[in-house]
Write a protein that binds this ligand. Structure first.
Ligand code: AKG
Length: 288
């Protein structure tokens, strides 16, 4: 029997049943999974007790994997394709730099010149309650804008920064992050290379529009994020251990809510599939 696809919410997402990633996925099942990924923007595969190697091998079906040179401190030294999203303390006892990963609405690696096509995040250990992740369907959000707003934003570029929400990360991490990741300008509207559909490409890592000051930009950034994250465009994922979530970064954005007891372990591991080149190093507007 082949895989079965069941919608998770009206807006987006689907659960894939009947997939066992400890074994290679056959071509017929893969075709169904890949089509559901494009159609629904987010896939959930529950109960995947897989090794890191199996996680990486399945991820490669989606395309070439990022070795996370833009976030070298967050990757697993033995598997650079795997990024740790964890609140485990570091070897020297200092707090994890990735404990705040994703706590701003974002699309993965938007602050690079090759933003992610997709991400595959597996829950190893999650608190009994909380630590949920929210997703928004950016194609639905774009479609629902007025024609006037579509015209207004058509040629805008947003400048994406790589900072994390809380700034009490180690000074060393912050300095390296700034050095490796200059601000990158990305179009606010992107055309999905596989579906041909337009999607909003905005998030809380966008600090201003190119050619405009932060003060001029922020009101419109706020309007677009508020619009895109309306409940009817969203899905909220409540994690179970061994859940694998797979999302399309070209048609969705997401947010780690951080709504959990920090004394409890939360450890997830992510592969990132490289997307097509996009954007350019930003020209920052300097005003008198
Ligand atoms: O930890 C989460 O819930 C999401 C992590 C995240 O935003 C990411 O890996 O991009």
């Amino acid at each position: 029997m082949g895989v079965e696809i069941r919608p998770l919410s009206y807006a987006m997402g689907a659960e894939v049943r009947g997939l066992d990633l400890t074994r290679p996925v056959g071509d017929e099942d893969w075709a169904v999974v890949h089509q559901a990924f494009l159609d629904r923007g987010l896939l959930l595969v529950r109960g995947q007790r897989i090794t890191r190697e199996q996680h990486i091998a399945f991820s490669r079906r989606f395309g070439e994997l990022d070795r996370h040179d833009n976030l070298p401190k967050d990757r697993d030294p033995r598997h650079p394709e795997l990024l740790m999203v964890t609140n485990d303390a570091q070897a020297d006892g200092s707090p994890s730099n990735s404990r705040y990963t994703g706590q701003l609405w974002h699309s993965d690696m938007s602050f690079t010149l090759r933003p992610a096509l997709g991400s595959l995040l597996r829950a190893v250990d999650v608190p009994m309650v909380g630590g949920d992740t929210m997703f928004a369907n950016m194609v639905l959000a774009y479609d629902a804008l007025s024609s006037g707003m579509k015209k207004l934003i058509a040629d805008l570029h947003g400048i994406h920064h790589s900072e994390r929400k809380n700034s009490n990360l180690s000074a060393e991490w912050e300095a390296e992050n700034r050095r490796l990741n200059p601000p990158i300008a990305q179009p606010i509207v992107r055309v999905h290379p596989e579906t041909g559909r337009k999607a909003l490409y905005i998030g809380e890592k966008v600090k201003c529009f190119e050619g405009m000051t932060p003060e001029e930009s922020q009101p419109l950034i706020d309007v677009l994020i508020r619009h895109a994250t309306r409940p009817q465009f969203a899905y909220r994922h409540v994690w179970q251990p061994n859940d694998l979530l797979i999302w399309d970064n070209r048609s969705t954005m997401h947010l780690a809510l951080g709504d959990y007891d920090p004394a409890l372990r939360r450890h997830l591991e992510r592969t990132t599939v490289l997307g097509t080149p996009s954007g350019h190093v930003a020209q920052l507007e300097v005003t008198a």
